[in-house]
Design a protein around this ligand. Sequence first.
Ligand code: ADP
Length: 488
Amino acid sequence: MARRAKRVLSVASECAPLIKTGGLADVVGALPAALEPFGWKSKVLLPAYPGLLERLGRGTRVWRDEDLFGGPAAVIRGTIDGLNVLLLDAPHLFNRDGGPYSADGRDYPDNHVRFAALSWVASQIAQYGTSDRWKPDLVHAHDWQAGLTPSYLKYAGAQVPTVMTVHNIAFQGVVGADQLDYLRLPTWDFTPDSLEYHGLLSTLKAGMVHASRLTTVSPSYAQELTSPDFGFGLEGVVAARRDRGELEGIINGVDTEVWDPATDPAIVPYTAANPADKDVNRQRLLDEFGLDAPSGPLAVVVTRLTHQKGIDLLIDALPGFLDRGGAIAILGSGDAHYEYELTQLAARYPGAVGLRLGYDEGLSHRMYAGGDVVLVPSRFEPSGLTQMYGMRYGAVPLVAATGGLRDTVTDATPENLENGTATGFTFGDARLGGVIDAGALSFALGRAIDLYADTEAWLKLRHTAMSTTVSWEKSAAEYARMFDTLIE
Ligand code: ADP
């Protein structure tokens, strides 16, 4: 008799295509299909934000509670785009106008309660199963929103193994210690070795300490996280788990069905072998942004506009790039002062700088398809996905040499160009004494302009980038191997 599939409950606040504000959603949405060939079947537990239940169509109620942190709640099982999801329907927590975490730029004041509730329900399902008798063999918790799941399981004495994945350690779910009781956490465990983070409670730390294994989304980021420069105060926790052999860095893959220039409905299709129509996409993108045809490369940026993403470096380095014949199209939303400064820049360089403020999935596809270069000047980048989308779509990545960017892009040095391994440009590599700043970015942009002028070399670089494997296969195998070890 065939062995029954192994079951994983994935717990997260976002999951593409249902709800997305960043890379976390892409990962949570893509992992289930990627894990399946390894015998792991997933269900993703996420909040029923407004509209999600409708998109599910007919769902089945598989769990309920009269009082989940202040109101009634149910879990609805269903399928969307082949993805098995469990939606936590708790109107008092999740039925709100605005985004998943905030409205009008302000975080909801009870975010700690909202996501503690999500984690609590995950722990209940992991212990007792759903009413249709589905019970996971393992729980995979993502980021601070799911961070209390391993803790609740630990305090319940449950044996279910847990994996905590840190997608970005900068977001730690910190809240006052006076909330411990309300969040159903034991005050006796409020110590620096456990729930306490400098007198406060951090739900991310809780998960990082209590999960059976800790992972993050690239080997380089895993290593960086043990240093104070990147660990945001949690470097000691990461280092301790590393020393016990309980830390893994597994690079994200991309969903190669959603992100395929050969079949993407948002663009004029093309392939690495037959890329001619990429030029059509380029021209359309120029038109869409009202840009003049540049003599140099057309750069694109698709990003949250935050300090992490190096937007200030970009603003400093851009004039030099434009003066040398480059052009740029930017899609992003985020901090008001970056939005303002970019708007100023676009006004100063009409025809060379195009800007769309906001979030637009379709446009993001058209940008990777139309761009010659995708810029990712992040100060830190756990995995990064946009550089991989760029590679697949032939927008050569130009990236800061940090975290997952370092792990996925091979710099166009003369040697790497010669031996055909180059896939993009990197700058500011600390291991080579470099610094991620505007000067290093400017220098890299200059290198891109120079290489772009050599059409043959450029097309070879682009072809290598487009042919590079960025799918989930290898990374899913690594997750599956770890999961297997934990349930043995
Ligand atoms: P992060 O998760 O830190 O934001 P990633 O590179 O891992 O960075 O993932 C970002 C994801 O969000 C990518 O899928 C990217 O295309 C998408 N994205 C970011 N900003 C926008 C935007 N303004 N419009 C559309 N998609 C965006």
